[in-house]
Ligand binder design. Sequence first.
Ligand SMILES: Cc1cc2nc3c(=O)[nH]c(=O)nc-3n(C[C@H](O)[C@H](O)[C@H](O)COP(=O)(O)OP(=O)(O)OC[C@H]3O[C@@H](n4cnc5c(N)ncnc54)[C@H](O)[C@@H]3O)c2cc1C
Length: 509
Amino acid sequence: MDPGVMKPSTRVVGDTRRDGRRVLVIGSGFGGLAAAVRLAARGWKVTVLERREGPGGRAHAFRQDGFTFDAGPTVITCPNLLEELWTLAGQRLSDHVTLRPVTPLYRMRFPDGSTFDYHAERDAMLRSVRSFAPKDVAGYEALSARVERMYEAGIGPLMTAPVPNVLSLAAYTPALLREEAFRSMYGLVSKHVKDERLRQALSFHPLLIGGSPFLPASAVYTSIHYVERRWGSHFPVGGTGALVRGLVALLESLGGEVRYNSEVSEITLEGRTATGVRLGSGESLAAEAVVSNADAAWTYRYLLPNHVRDHWSDERVQQARYSMSVFLWYFGTRRQYPKVAHHTLLFGRDFRGMFEGLSGEGAAAEDPLLYLHRPTATDAALAPEGHDAFYVLAPVPHLAAGSNWKARADVFRAELARRLSRTVLPGLQAELVTSRVFTPEDFRDELRSFRGAAFSFAPTLLQSTFLRAQAKSEDVERLYLVGAGTHPGAGLPAVLCSAKILDEVMAEL
Ligand SMILES: Cc1cc2nc3c(=O)[nH]c(=O)nc-3n(C[C@H](O)[C@H](O)[C@H](O)COP(=O)(O)OP(=O)(O)OC[C@H]3O[C@@H](n4cnc5c(N)ncnc54)[C@H](O)[C@@H]3O)c2cc1C
């Protein structure tokens, strides 16, 4: 079922029961901003406290040498969930942000030089499968039908439901069992299609949220195929940063505010009840409730004393499994590469080995799957005329003792440049006019992400649903959490759903 259909958006601006009551939101990631908008629409006085100088968290944007770069998310598959936020305020998303469809969704390039255009749209995807792996057309169609059933009866409703305990899963389990959601994603895809390249094309998706298609129950992520098909893939004019700015403006139109350069150093307590926050500057702010969009592990480990954390003890935080990190290289070229699609995936030689290396504190693969973003394919204004803006994302393990990406950055960046030159961006080195990297240490130091994980807790079976951090803190009254570390997990659709769950759970106040 469509989350938007399940609970239709209604305009709730100015729910007077809560007028004037203050809530503080720590962090301005997509989850924090979506939660802030929802709470402001219900009449809360909302202040978002962001440690950085601008909004967005992983989705922040920056300008450099005339280029505009989105730091993180670029594949927008949840226009329905975004639209809901504007509807709550009696406004329309399209009056503020223009979303352009992106097609193909991905151009995939395999080590043998073959390419596959992966589409969100059904007929275009069928045409691609037919010309790439003709024997797999029927299998692909059967897989598509299965993932639709899996989403409608299980994953869709589960994504917007609070799941505080195992019992709350009971309603979804039969559908998930029937559709074999507890298998690995690669296993389920392989049951339906035989071409190894197509198997990889249809099962790489957990990489987008820090997971692996080889783990038990990762088959739930096949439902991403259905989400892509149902709502399409989009890119905002002006970049994802335009969407973030749109959310901030939406919040302000509802009377909320975002304070930048405001790092929260402590959630203040009276006994085991949150009473507000203390900033790094020493300033204290009081509130009736606190919502943390900061990394869930970081929130518990560093913003609350150990003695109030019966559930999220230091030990639990330490022993949790964290997702991989990513190494990001943003660059601009003095020429354009018009044949390069908006989203390119360059597969490596050892698909399974790469995921194994990324789990825990493993070693980075020699030729990992790379994601190359060329936003100027959709919006030329993101670079000076005649130029192209890019970023390339390489998945790497999260930080471990002795990690030193700052020291390795130049060498790693040069390796990426060579691989891109050999494949899709010939002569790249000579064309570069601007460059910047973002390393796992930056995830830790800039975004306060535990172990520099790019996607918070790893999305494993034992860290999902009621075993992931909950919207209502397990340890502290009047403290709520939203974002990638909470159920249902990382990725924009999921963090927007986590804000929806938070909204429902906070109705108790
Ligand atoms: C490189 C990359 C590419 C991605 N691509 C996609 C994509 O294409 N599509 C997709 O759907 N998803 C994508 N994702 C995933 C998606 O971006 C994230 O899951 C999502 O943006 C996380 O949002 P969040 O609400 O958890 O907050 P975050 O973005 O993690 O923001 C948390 C905020 O809290 C702030 N903060 C932390 N501690 C404090 C403190 N003590 N005081 C004040 N502020 C604090 C941080 O500065 C930050 O701004 C990508 C992720 C990455 C890293």
